[in-house]
Design a protein around this ligand. Structure first.
Ligand code: NI
Length: 392
């Protein structure tokens, strides 16, 4: 089923793919600003004679196609493109040249892997029955580029979709493709508390929004404990609070921002409604008034399709051997906009063990090059298997 030349082909292109990864690492661009990145990937595809369209998802997204020798279904693989607003602190020769910007989530690795997959599949196109669509997606980090790619219809006609993320918590040489819920849905909220300012020595003639804010934060932390089933999971975090300017004046307003996470659409909705209720009524108890705003940038929980997870597991075993599958027994409370793809099309999201001492989103992180050939092999094997699934 899988051509024997697969690993040889990958070995042949690896130096180029590693160099590309380092180049991308040097040029980290944040959400919807991935212009250099988009140009570089386009040049790679053009030089490889791979047809593609660009300008997707507000400008920087790319969709490339590998047409097999024979007709068949269409399956898609996706890589995210964006970096983070972090000052890199590595001393790598290819460290970020842009101040305050860094590929600290390894999306440079994901991009290079998908480019490696493109070139490998092109080499093996006489073994391909159908089309493999390669989606280079901007703005994964809190900006929902994935939602835009799906809304643009890039999954139309696609029978299965897959993506991976490098995961330093798992050892290199292993990968996880947990069936069902893999990641939480995430929402972002703001609460503005309106009080009435006054002299710090005369609180009776003021309405203190800071006191109301303090009670709201404390009350919010009771929600998960008292309103969510203990066998379900949820998180509420108030991550930003702002009020007042000096030590003897009660301000008019206080504001806070936070995030909540849930594993099912029902719990997600219940949590949002409860936060709004607790904020409004706690503020009222202290004569203040709270205004709750829910961000439009929330992500749904990410659900791996059971059949597609099983397919990915087979491919993991083929790539990494018999102990290559990492059994995850519970979902992560992080979120991922690949959830939008999986709402539309059956597929699976794979956590690829990269090992390493530094967690994601930290200034010393770097993607582990050693896993790249295996990751390319894994995604190629997934594509071959997905093209052979019986079509519904
Ligand atoms: Ni990421």
């Amino acid at each position: 089923m899988i051509p024997k030349q697969l690993t040889d082909t990958i070995s042949g292109i690896l130096p180029e793919i590693e160099a590309l990864r380092h180049e991308l690492h040097q040029h980290p661009e944040i959400r919807f600003e991935e212009h250099w990145t988009s140009e570089r990937i386009s040049r790679f595809l053009k030089e490889a004679n791979i047809p593609f369209t660009r300008g997707h998802a507000r400008g920087t997204g790319i969709c490339a196609l590998i047409h097999g020798e024979k007709e068949g279904p269409e399956v898609a693989l996706r890589a995210d493109m964006d970096a983070l607003e972090i000052q890199e602190e590595t001393t790598l020769p290819y460290a970020s040249i842009l101040p305050g910007r860094m590929h600290a989530c390894g999306h440079d690795g994901h991009l290079a892997i998908l480019c490696g997959v493109a070139k490998t599949l092109l080499h093996l196109r006489n073994h391909i029955q159908g089309t493999v669509k390669l989606l280079f997606q901007p703005a994964e980090e809190q900006a929902g580029g994935g939602r835009l790619m799906v809304e643009e219809g890039l999954l139309n006609g696609v029978s299965a979709v897959f993506a991976l993320h490098g995961w330093p918590n798992l050892p290199a040489g292993k990968a996880a493709a947990k069936s069902g819920c893999l990641m939480a849905g995430a929402d972002f909220f703001k609460i503005e508390i309106h009080g009435r300012g006054g002299h710090g020595a005369d609180p009776a003639n003021a309405i203190d929004p800071i006191l109301a804010a303090a009670h709201i934060i404390t009350a919010l932390q009771s929600l998960v404990a008292r309103e969510i089933d203990p066998w379900d999971a949820a998180v509420i975090t108030v991550a930003h609070i702002e009020a007042g300017a000096t030590s003897n004046i009660i301000p008019d307003h206080a504001r806070m921002e936070g995030t909540c996470r849930a594993l099912t659409p029902e719990t997600r909705l219940r949590l949002i409604q409860a936060i709004e209720r607790v904020a409004a009524n706690t503020a009222l108890a202290f004569r203040a008034h709270a205004e709750f705003t829910l961000g439009t940038d929330g992500y749904p929980p990410l659900y791996n399709h059971p059949e597609m997870s099983a397919l990915a597991r087979e491919a993991i075993l083929e790539t990494f051997g018999n102990d290559g599958v990492w059994e995850l027994n519970r979902p992560c409370m992080t979120s991922e906009d690949f959830a939008f793809y999986l709402e539309r099309t059956p597929g699976a999201y794979i956590l690829l063990g990269t090992g390493g001492p530094h967690p994601l989103h930290t200034p010393h992180f770097d993607f582990n090059d050693a896993v790249m050939p295996h990751a390319i092999e894994l995604m190629c094997r997934i594509a071959f298997r997905a093209l052979q699934l019986p079509q519904i």
